[in-house]
Design a protein around this ligand. Structure first.
Ligand code: GLN
Length: 500
């Protein structure tokens, strides 16, 4: 075996498990022997993981063929779990234990995975840098002075640093794609409704969607296969068959696997302000796709800029409603010695919600209030529909849409502390697809250094850059196949950060 055990991806490790050349216990032990220097985990359960790995090995020895039997991973701490604490990165859920597992967690458990615990994230998944976690920042393994992205920052950092082969994430406005891009891994946010939201702590219910984060499209396909599917406990769950995405992607190899594929490039995704090095890496990725037979065609998404105000009205509106359940009575923590019921509500929420969460509850309450509803919330809903229609118009001329995930590479920790709007603006390329409910991926396509070229080589260098691929509804198969073809022909996704 040429790779160290902790470096194995999901498909690679599974092949060894199936061949009897590796046990789940050995895989889990190799991962647990690595120190988490990144603040990636909020809860790492060595004892539970070893016991679960032994149980998986026993099941395999007894002939059990569950598809992910013995594969280690961990969950973003926004999924409720009975086995481990759940905090959503918030002090308001300190000490909380769920009486049930999220459907995504249960589906993966049924497929045989071994959970190593819970991963750091922005409080209630609100953020783009993992700096809003109440339990400490997570760090980017490529440069620990920089953010890993967010809100699934712990998931991305752990997978990139080879602390895990894969992790779950959630994406409301980019939180799978953007941290995947910042940490140089592969992530997919499926069509809204593909994965059940049951037991996924709600931020903005009309946008929230779960997905896998791993180091290759093939590994993402394996995980998504197990995560997705109809769930009667989620009223927005899709009644759609889950195809065998991995079998599809493996069937279609060859020298021109993307022949006939039309990839639309929206002008609006390549504005003047796009960092030169991000642009260069994205163009290199597109050239690689062309070499595999894809055709690049211009398309328009004229309301791209409006996605920012639209999202930052709708998401806080839904959050203000969803987060009303955290009242100091029903879940988690409560303030000390409340005088009366109002004092209990007020102090619990004031003391236990972080600044960004409070800001969004205030904005959301404002835009939903009488007199402002029509002016803000309703207008935003109308524009949301138009943004979705723009995508349908664009998909008349192409099969997939491509562009950058974010306008820059990962920024330095603290760089955006003075102004939350800076982080909101950096969501420009991920928000439109989220508002439309479309599936999207981030695929590594090279390195840049926050607007600076490497002074020696004159080439971009330093931090990972992700290519965003967006598909039409239910077209995860085409996304995964395209990303897989790219990864068969290039090495960007194989690069690993050193020294962490
Ligand atoms: N950065 C966006 C926000 O702060 C998206 C977060 C997400 O997708 N969960 O809301």
């Amino acid at each position: 075996m040429s790779k160290a055990v902790h470096e194995l991806g999901v498909a690679e490790g599974l092949a060894l498990l199936e061949a009897g050349q590796l046990s789940s216990r050995e895989w889990v032990d190799a991962l647990l022997s690595r120190e988490d220097r990144l603040g990636a985990f909020l809860h790492r359960d060595a004892v539970g993981a070893r016991a679960a790995a032994d149980a998986a090995d026993a099941r395999r020895a007894a002939g059990d063929t569950a598809p992910l039997l013995g594969v280690p991973l961990a969950h973003k701490d926004i999924f409720v779990t009975t086995e481990h604490p759940t905090t959503a990165g918030s002090k308001i859920l300190e000490g909380y234990r769920s009486p049930f597992d999220a459907t995504v967690v249960a589906n993966l458990a049924r497929a045989g995975v071994v959970s190593l615990g819970k991963l750091n994230c922005d409080e209630f998944a609100m953020g783009s840098a993992n700096e809003n976690s109440a339990y400490g920042k997570a760090h980017n393994p490529w440069d620990t002075t920089r953010v890993p992205g967010g809100s699934s920052g712990g998931s991305a950092a752990a997978v990139a640093a080879r602390l895990l082969p894969a992790a779950t994430g959630t994406d409301t406005g980019g939180s799978i794609r953007q941290p995947a891009s910042f940490c140089g891994i592969t992530g997919i946010k499926p069509t809204y409704g593909r994965c059940s939201r049951y037991g996924m702590i709600a931020f903005a219910s009309s946008l929230d969607q779960a997905g896998p984060m791993a180091r290759s499209a093939e590994d993402c396909a394996l995980l998504l296969q197990a995560m997705a599917g109809f769930d009667e406990r989620d009223a927005t769950s899709l009644q759609q068959p889950v195809p065998d995405w991995r079998a599809q992607m493996l069937r279609q190899e060859g020298s021109q696997p993307l022949k006939g594929l039309r990839i639309g490039l929206p002008d609006e995704f390549f504005p003047q302000q796009l960092d030169a090095d991000v642009n260069a890496a994205v163009r290199a990725g597109l050239a690689a796709l062309q070499a595999l037979g894809a055709e690049l065609v211009p398309v328009q998404l004229p309301r791209t800029e409006l996605a920012i105000p639209v999202y930052y009205l709708i998401a806080p509106a839904e959050a203000s409603s969803n987060l009303s359940r955290f009242d100091g009575v029903r879940y988690g923590a409560r303030c000390e010695d409340p005088k009366d019921l109002l004092d209990l509500y007020q102090r619990t929420r004031t003391e236990r919600f972080g600044a960004e969460v409070q800001r969004r509850i205030l904005i959301g309450t404002y835009v939903l209030s009488h007199g402002y509803y029509d002016a803000y919330y309703l207008q935003a809903q109308k524009l949301r529909r138009m943004i979705a229609d723009d995508f349908q118009a664009a998909f008349k001329g192409c099969d997939l849409i491509a562009g950058p995930v974010a306008p820059t590479v990962a920024w330095s920790i603290g760089a955006q502390d003075d102004d939350p709007v800076k982080a909101y603006l950096a969501d420009i390329f991920t928000l439109p697809g989220s508002l439309a409910g479309l599936p999207g991926m981030s695929v590594p396509v090279g390195f840049g250094a926050n607007g600076m070229l490497d002074p020696v080589t004159g080439k971009p260098g330093g931090m990972p850059v992700g290519l965003q691929l967006l598909g039409n509804y239910f077209d995860e198969g085409r996304l995964l196949h395209t990303a897989h073809a790219l990864q068969q022909a290039t090495d960007w996704h194989r690069a690993a950060p050193q020294g962490v």
